[in-house]
Design a protein around this ligand. Structure first.
Ligand code: ACO
Length: 328
């Protein structure tokens, strides 16, 4: 059995179409100034009408597998974290298993809001340490523009589409890999961020479509403060569980939901600005994909290298929150 899991490869995919803040001013009553000053977002990517989550997940997965030096046939499990699956069932992970040409392996989706990829990574770590799997593909993928209410300016400016992938495998050197994880939830606040219809509580009907109840609904200002607390607490717990201090962390990768939330967490924990990775201006909030995209780009920019200690932390619908701490 492996001592720990570690990341063997990362990948990402965003659709070609870019929507700028100015593009949004032609859809709703908003401005570039409002969006940048309140969120830090400048543009986001959007899928074509015929594209679904798995269409972004496949190229991201192939890129991660290539860096890991593995083929789809080497995978023992696929876990897809998403709130915008291709279909409610079967799972997007099964669609991915088939399209990648993987063996008849374990494949399932995780629904944990924007924290989904963190939940998936912790699950992969458990499977690898238990000896049940050697190579696990994790994907955080979202096509949020498909569940956006384009008449609601308070939400439609916030989201984008993307997939991030990580291939995780065993690590026995006792030094590198996942140092700790932390997962939490609070269902009592679930009505601050949810999709009202389309499940068994309110199945699709003409009325639910007319009332746009198949779109994302969010009380954004009620989430702001809890988000700062949940991500701050997660950072502290992750470091404590690994026997480290916050100052030992080389790079913080937070869920990219709002630049002001990211900055507030940094301020609260007294983290130097250069230790906080930000790419929200390019992609907006891509939910489960954000932290994987950020880790992938931070690696490409040389900000995360061998030996770097990285705190990857998120929060989201559920509510859910948590993180994983790596020595790269
Ligand atoms: N353009 C112009 N004005 C706007 C826009 C817009 N796009 N959206 C809202 N406004 C207006 C409102 O109507 C309101 O006007 P009023 O004062 O005349 O009533 C004013 O701006 C202030 O609205 P607030 O909602 O209070 O604005 P706030 O500063 O809180 O920013 C935001 C809103 C960006 C949504 C912020 O609350 C936020 O980021 N919250 C957290 C969201 C989040 O992190 N969600 C969880 C993750 S997402 C996931 O899991 C999928």
């Amino acid at each position: 059995m492996a001592v720990r899991s570690r990341v063997l490869g990362t990948g990402m995919c965003v659709p070609d179409l870019i929507m700028t803040n100015d593009d949004l001013t032609r859809i709703v009553d908003t401005s570039d100034e409002w969006i940048v000053s309140r969120t830090g977002m400048k543009e986001r990517h959007r899928v074509r009408p015929d594209q679904a989550a798995s269409d972004l997940a496949i190229p991201a997965s192939r890129q991660a597998l290539e860096e890991a030096g593995l083929g789809a046939g080497d995978l023992d499990a696929i876990i897809v974290a998403t709130i915008t699956p291709d279909t409610i069932f079967p799972s997007t992970s099964c669609i991915l298993q088939d399209k990648l040409g993987a063996r008849h392996i374990t494949a399932f989706d995780v629904s944990a809001g924007c924290t989904g990829a963190i939940y998936a990574l912790a699950l992969a770590d458990m499977m690898i340490r238990a000896g049940d799997a050697r190579h696990v593909l994790i994907v955080g993928v979202e096509v949020l523009t498909k569940i956006t209410n384009w008449t609601d300016r308070s939400t439609c400016v916030l989201f984008g589409d993307a997939a991030g992938a990580m291939v995780v495998g065993p690590c026995d050197d006792g030094r590198h890999g996942m140092l700790s994880y932390y997962l939490a939830s609070d269902g009592a606040a679930g009505n601050t961020l949810f999709m009202p219809a389309g499940g068994s509580r309110l199945p699709a009907s003409h009325e639910t479509v007319d009332q746009r109840l198949h779109c994302l609904y969010m009380k954004g200002n009620e989430l702001f403060r809890p988000a700062v607390k949940m991500m701050s607490d997660s950072c502290i717990l992750l470091a404590e569980r690994a026997g480290l201090t916050l100052a030992d962390i080389d790079m913080y990768v937070f869920h990219q939901a709002n630049l002001r939330i990211i900055e507030a967490v940094g301020k609260r924990l007294e983290i130097p600005r250069e230790k906080v990775f930000v790419n929200i201006h390019k992609y907006a909030n891509t939910s489960t994909a954000t932290t994987i995209l950020a880790v992938h780009e931070a690696r490409r920019e040389g900000l995360i290298g061998s030996g770097s200690i990285v705190s990857q932390v998120a929060f989201g619908a559920g509510l859910t929150w948590g993180g994983v701490l790596w020595r790269w």
